[in-house]
Design a protein around this ligand. Structure first.
Ligand code: ZN
Length: 235
């Protein structure tokens, strides 16, 4: 079978294209890069949202601790006041008054702490809401980008199949195409590059006798791999 070196180059291009399509390999498109970027943004935002939520939980715990301490202090203050109503002993009264003052001072400090904690938790909850809203927004964009990437990929695939492959086939003789298609139907690869020692179809390093035969094949004919039958296109 005669096939010009130019046709052989086109056939190799066709074979490589059809192998990529058969393997279902995706070509990286700008739309895919956008999906990757948004996915990373979503991951970052999700971890920020999680730590904001954790901060709220920590502070809620702190507020409950302050409230429980305040309940205890209020009980202590009531007990001191009751004690003062009944105590007549001067030392005992002095101890109770001392304790009452310190409990009241501590209670007032805790009221301040509670107020600050409430202000802070308000800000933290706003932060949680904002992160959540931003995450929703990113996820909406991500879903849209994924749809865009899918249709871009579909368009690319159909362009590849019906367009590029057909475009390449135009430049190759019917006889060569028939031989290629037949071999492709048998082995899955119709033609492959010959790198000097190895068959690009089955990746075997060929024995010296086969190499000599391949080298001796005229430039306008295509040698075949003695093992898998793939047509070999020499560089
Ligand atoms: Zn082979």
């Amino acid at each position: 079978m005669k096939i010009t070196p130019t046709e052989q180059k086109k056939l190799l291009e066709l074979a490589n294209l059809e192998r990529t399509l058969d393997a279902g390999l995706r070509k990286q498109l700008p739309e895919d890069a956008e999906v990757t970027k948004l996915r990373e943004q979503a991951d970052r935002k999700r971890s920020l949202a999680a730590s904001a939520q954790l901060n709220v939980a920590d502070l809620e715990l702190e507020i409950r601790r302050i409230q429980s301490d305040m309940t205890k202090l209020n009980r202590r203050i009531s007990a001191d006041k009751q004690g003062l109503g009944a105590a007549t002993d001067a030392d005992q009264r002095r101890d109770l008054e001392h304790d009452l003052v310190s409990a009241q001072r501590r209670l007032s400090d805790m009221q301040q702490e509670l107020k600050e904690a409430h202000d802070e938790i308000h800000a933290l909850r706003a932060n949680v809401d904002r992160n959540g809203a931003e995450l929703d927004e990113i996820e909406r964009k991500l879903a849209a980008a994924q749809r865009a990437a899918e249709s871009a990929q579909d368009a690319e695939d159909s362009k590849d199949r019906s367009g590029q492959a057909a475009e390449l086939r135009v430049h190759i003789s019917a006889e060569a195409l028939a031989a290629y298609d037949e071999q492709r139907a048998i082995f899955g690869v119709g033609a492959a590059e010959f790198t000097g020692r190895t068959c690009g179809g089955c990746h075997l390093v060929l024995p010296p006798a086969a190499l000599a035969e391949i080298r001796a094949t005229p430039a306008d004919e295509m040698p075949r791999c003695p093992d898998c039958g793939t047509y070999l296109v020499r560089r």
